[in-house]
Design a protein. Structure first.
Length: 412
């Protein structure tokens, strides 16, 4: 007998018909004698709808009460799915995150799971029930409701699979696996049979929302066998695994995928006196305001005594970061402050990059051939990211996908 944790995303439970279809699929598996824990998201659009309601009252809403509100979305779908299962004669039981108990830290809106007491779930499984758990939520030590950040149901699924030592965690979504890039942007994108945790994590953190970053982190850390599949079509999906062995070398391309992030904004402070501690003086107040900084570039100024400093933040933080930077510029006697919130980050990812020189220059050549100007560059062992104007997003992704032959079947 196997134990599977299956997570169904918002589109997969977006209507009553779809919830009933999920129930049928789950029952099919149960009939083959296996145990199932099903994690569900809110119906598609629901989390956005609830957020918009709260924002009508307070556009800057965050924290505890927002979590109380947002978790209701998943509470609806667990109950509906359990009702659909019971109607078909299959004993089922729904659980909110707090009821499981999924305990998190206190960071409302982006909490991290600290522990899971899956005793109740185990008991239900043992007694033959299908267990349905609300994704994206938990409670802190004090019992306050928390959420795990957008896309967090993936993490609930993986964390439960780890806690229950499940045979596989299956993420059912509206595409049939992980592709070389978002198939909604590049129609020729190719589905990968396998991808390493390391690459998946990098793709997720660079903007591919097919899997939440923390789900990848969790799966890697606890070695949870993880698969991304379609809710609507049959297929093997994409296996996310720690090692891709020699026999699978067909998958070991230099570049595995292209990710992009539309949520970026860039800020620059020009003509800052080039003295020790300058980076701290600029970024200290930004981090004190809880604004996360992504890429950072400091140039040597032409005159030798001043420098220019550029960094990127989430687009939602742009206005606040700009206000802070203007104040910092005045204090430091800097020449000027500039900004651009119409930029995106485009990245190529692949473990094969480690052993291949010249990938960066090839990337820059491909973009140059399309007349795309690069504003910033950042590299690591397995990725190269550039910041470009948002109007070039689709052109850039397609050109790189083409230029690195990602659509082709692999050569030997
Ligand atoms: P769910 O609601 O099921 O959690 P999401 O919308 O969060 O689904 O994630 C699935 C979406 O991720 C796809 O519809 C696709 O547009 C997007 N996506 C981005 N990058 C990729 C990629 N490399 N491979 C597959 N899908 C991707
Ligand atoms: N419903 C939440 C969201 O839309 C969590 C999830 O779907 O994973 O972000
Ligand atoms: Mg998702």
């Amino acid at each position: 007998m196997t134990l599977l944790v299956r997570k169904y995303g918002g589109t997969s439970v977006g209507t009553i018909e779809r919830i009933e279809a999920v129930a049928e699929k789950v029952i099919g598996y149960k009939q083959r004698g296996h145990d199932l824990v099903v994690v569900v998201s809110a119906m598609s659009g629901e989390t956005n709808r609830l957020t918009a309601l709260a924002k009508e009252i307070d556009p800057r809403v965050r924290g505890r009460e927002l979590d109380v509100l947002l978790t209701t979305g998943e509470q609806v779908t667990i109950a509906l799915l359990a009702i659909a299962l019971e109607k078909r004669g299959y004993p089922a039981k729904s659980y909110t995150g707090g009821q499981v108990k999924i305990v998190t830290d206190t960071a409302h809106n982006k909490a991290r799971i600290v522990s899971i007491d899956a005793g109740n779930v185990r008991k239900d499984l043992h007694e033959g029930r299908i267990v349905v758990v609300a994704g994206f939520q938990g409670v802190d030590e004090e019992g306050n409701i928390t959420t795990l950040g957008r896309g967090g149901s993936d993490t609930t699924g993986v964390a439960l699979a780890a806690a229950l030592d499940a045979d596989e965690c299956q993420i059912f979504t509206d595409v049939d696996g992980v592709y070389t890039t978002d198939p909604r942007v590049v129609a020729e994108a190719r589905r990968l049979d396998k991808i390493t945790f390391e690459e998946m994590l990098e793709m997720a953190s660079l903007g591919s929302k097919v899997l939440q970053i923390r789900a990848g982190e969790f799966a890697g850390k606890y070695d949870v066998p993880l698969r991304v599949l379609s809710s609507f079509e049959e297929g093997e999906g994409t296996l996310i695994t720690s090692e891709i062995n020699e026999d699978d070398s067909v998958e070991q391309a230099v570049i595995s995928g292209i990710a992009f992030n539309r949520d970026e904004a860039q800020l620059t402070i020009n003509g800052v006196p080039d003295t020790p501690g300058i980076a701290f003086k600029i970024l200290g107040p930004i981090s004190d305001a809880n604004i996360e900084v992504d890429m950072i570039v400091q140039n040597i100024g032409a005159d030798g005594s001043t420098t220019d400093f550029t960094f990127t933040v989430h687009r939602n933080d742009y206005d606040l970061a700009m206000t802070l930077l203007q104040r910092i510029a005045e204090e430091l006697g800097a020449r000027e402050v500039a900004g651009n919130n119409k930029i995106i980050k485009l990245s190529i990812v692949g473990v094969g990059m480690r052993s291949h020189a010249g990938i960066a220059s090839r990337m820059f050549e491909i973009l140059a051939n399309e007349g795309i100007n690069i504003c910033m560059i950042s590299t690591s062992e397995i990725k190269i990211s550039v910041v470009i104007d948002e109007k070039y997003l689709e052109l850039g992704v397609r050109a790189l996908h083409d230029g690195f032959d990602l659509a082709d079947e692999e050569e030997e």
